[in-house]
Design a protein around this ligand. Structure first.
Ligand SMILES: *Cc1c(COP(=O)(O)O)cnc(C)c1O
Length: 321
């Protein structure tokens, strides 16, 4: 199953200030492992797909927002690995479909829409049965993947992100559900000498609840029957100052930063996740936050989402003028 994926290159970025401070910056390019199923989303899907196959389920049901990288990746994975896919999309349908949902539909994903209140109940058996009922004519066994692939299978896959990585003092990544951070914290390759260790940059506003979620996910994983490589997690911390107003929110400064970074380093960044994290790391660098160290920035992909954000910004500009 993994054979169609490239192993992600690590790219050094040259930054005069970092050089001056004896700091080495590297980027792990998970955005390059596959054209459609890329970034951390492949790692979060992998063991869910394997469990679905083992359970002889021929269709996958999952959830996401209208610009979701997870919906995009699941639709592509379904087509490539032979699953029917159903995406439950939060909110009202809007036509024409945005680029994310258009792609998902082209891959064969069936799209169901659901109001925000029902969406919040998506974990309950009642609501899940309701969705299954809407798939009339489909007698297939359906495997349910939570939003963003945020379950223990997701954690297990994300442990593999660090598999072939050499030693780094600090590992930085963007966080939504922090499933990816949890997997990285449970990898023996993430041991560092610094108390700062793994630095997660939540892209949600008011994300303090994530600390409890991460603790719970770590405990659940270590108490599960899934394979473990360590007895306790590597030290991690969350940096709350770079959410830019919350999920899907961007401003001109962030967009400018992403464009400049792309030009200077030939690495495209997505506005929703990696752009915010990279912005935060460079800002902390300027503040003298980091000691002399080797820092790994994980590019978790998500570039498909930029099309939708750019479309929204253009529409807003047209409406404003
Ligand atoms: C989904 C996603 C994340 C967040 O991953 P979590 O495991 O939910 O923290 C980060 N970056 C990108 C590009 C994503 O698509």
């Amino acid at each position: 199953m993994s054979s169609i994926f490239l192993s992600p290159p690590i790219q050094k970025i040259h930054n005069p200030l970092a050089d001056h401070l004896s700091i080495e910056l590297y980027v792990l390019r998970l955005d390059l492992i596959h054209t459609c199923i890329n970034g951390n989303k492949w790692f979060k899907l992998k063991y869910n797909l394997l469990e679905a196959k083992q359970n002889q389920c021929s269709s996958l049901l999952t959830f996401g927002g209208a610009y979701s990288n997870h919906i995009f990746a699941t639709a592509a994975a379904g087509r490539i690995f032979g699953f029917e896919t159903i995406g439950v999309i939060r909110g009202e349908p809007t036509l024409p479909l945005n680029p994310t949902l258009r792609f998902a539909q082209e891959q064969g994903m069936k799209l169901l829409y659901c109001d925000r209140q029902t969406y919040r109940q998506r974990h309950t058996q009642e609501v899940q049965e309701e969705f299954k009922k809407q798939l009339q004519g489909s007698s297939n066994q359906t495997f349910i993947i939570p939003e963003g692939g945020g379950n223990l299978n997701g954690v297990r896959g994300c442990m593999e992100i660090m598999q072939d990585i050499q030693f780094f003092d600090i590992i930085c990544l963007a966080c939504g559900t922090a499933t990816t951070l949890t997997g990285i914290a449970l990898s023996p390759k993430s041991r560092t000498n610094l108390p700062t260790g793994i630095m997660g940059f939540p892209i949600l506003k008011d994300a303090r609840f994530l600390e409890g979620e991460i603790d719970r996910l770590i405990t659940d994983y270590l108490n599960s029957n899934l394979p473990t490589l360590v007895n306790h997690p590597a030290p991690w911390q969350l940096i709350y100052d770079y959410h830019f107003g919350g999920y899907g929110k961007v401003d001109q400064e962030l967009i400018k930063f992403c464009h400049q970074f792309h030009q200077e380093h030939h690495i495209p960044l997505d506005y929703i996740y990696t752009g915010k994290m990279f912005y935060g790391v460079i800002d902390l660098l300027k503040q003298g936050f980091f000691p002399p160290s080797k820092i790994l920035l994980i590019h978790t992909g998500g570039l498909q989402g930029n099309l939708g954000i750019e479309q929204k910004l253009t529409q807003k500009r047209d409406n404003d003028s």
